[in-house]
Design a protein around this ligand. Structure first.
Ligand SMILES: [Zn+2]
Length: 310
């Protein structure tokens, strides 16, 4: 019995590993919080781009066009969008200036949404491609059913699809600390944060896999949310290696969202919320695996470094 049991078991493990799929989506592009220095902006955006090219990893980048609107740098900043597209990646709308649909009037939110597609839409259309995806800033999609529905209807009229999220390990909180220490000249602490962040990739996926099994009884194609920041620009290849070690195949948003779990209309009203949390709520299920993992306490407790004089 033992002789034949082992290969069967191995086969089962391999099959599970092969079935894991994830799409990488990167928000707040081309480079968040870099509204002054064109060099930083380009280095971060190209760091992400080059990592994805080297790994042959498909990805969708969600852009805030506000970041392009810097006097004297507009051409240099917009050129990054063309670089992304010409390298074969998809660009998507994340509004112009990143307002929360839960905090501004609906007309203002929709106005910002339309303003967010000005440059991108023409760059895509020049290349015979279409602007398809939208993601809500902060994942906030309206606090009342009426507001939510007004946005959903508007997105439908403009032929947008909403990109949900299932894996969110709060990269931005690591990234904030990393950049602060790096730019204050404390590369040793920055390096420790970077290593902790890479460990967080496994923590985050482990959590999403557990919740996915709890809510759907299986692991669904995952949608990872990270941001266009300095930390990801230097760690993305290592993060992808971690995903591949877990048996993930990298796919596109189109491919991942063919799964039936993404066909349900989104009626969720409230603050944030991953697609796993939203689905659990719609299905009346409690998530026993607990909340999404956040920043380790030792990083949160670090004193703020003194900025280096320029
Ligand atoms: Zn965002």
């Amino acid at each position: 019995m033992r002789v034949c049991f082992l290969p069967v078991l191995l086969l089962a493990v391999t099959a599970t590993a092969q079935e894991r799929r994830v799409v990488i989506t990167i928000d707040d592009g081309p480079a968040v919080n870099e509204l002054k220095d064109l060099g930083n902006f380009q280095r971060i955006a190209r760091g992400l781009l080059n990592s994805l090219v080297a790994e042959k990893a498909p990805a969708t980048i969600f852009i805030n066009e506000r970041q392009l609107n810097v006097q004297g740098q507009r051409d240099g900043r917009a050129a990054i969008l063309a670089e992304w597209l010409d390298a074969g990646f998809d660009l998507a709308n994340h509004t112009y200036s990143h307002p929360s649909a839960n905090r501004v009037p609906v007309w203002q939110f929709l106005d910002d949404l339309v303003r967010g597609e000005t440059i991108m839409r023409s760059l895509l259309e020049e290349r015979g491609r279409k602007l398809v995806w939208f993601r809500y800033p902060y994942l906030d999609s309206g606090t009342t059913p009426e507001v939510h529905q007004a946005i959903v209807d508007f997105l439908e009229q403009r032929h947008y699809r909403v990109a949900h999220v299932t894996v969110d390990y709060k990269d931005y909180s690591f990234a904030g600390a990393y950049t602060r220490f790096l730019r204050a000249g404390d590369s040793e602490t920055a390096e420790r944060i970077k290593q902790a962040y890479l460990d967080q990739v496994d923590v985050g996926f482990d959590h999403a896999e557990k919740v996915s099994r709890e809510v759907f009884g299986r692991e669904i194609p995952q949608i990872l949310l990270i941001h266009c920041n300095e930390l990801n620009s230097v760690t993305l290849r290592d993060s992808i290696a971690r995903m591949r070690n877990r048996g993930y195949q990298l796919v596109t948003l189109e491919e991942a969202t063919r799964d039936e779990v993404y066909q349900r209309p989104d009626t969720f009203v409230g603050g944030g919320g991953s697609w796993l949390q939203r689905s659990a709520k719609a299905m009346g299920k409690q998530i026993a695996a607990g909340p999404e993992p956040g920043l380790p306490k030792w990083i949160a407790d670090l004193p703020r470094p003194t900025p280096q004089p320029k």
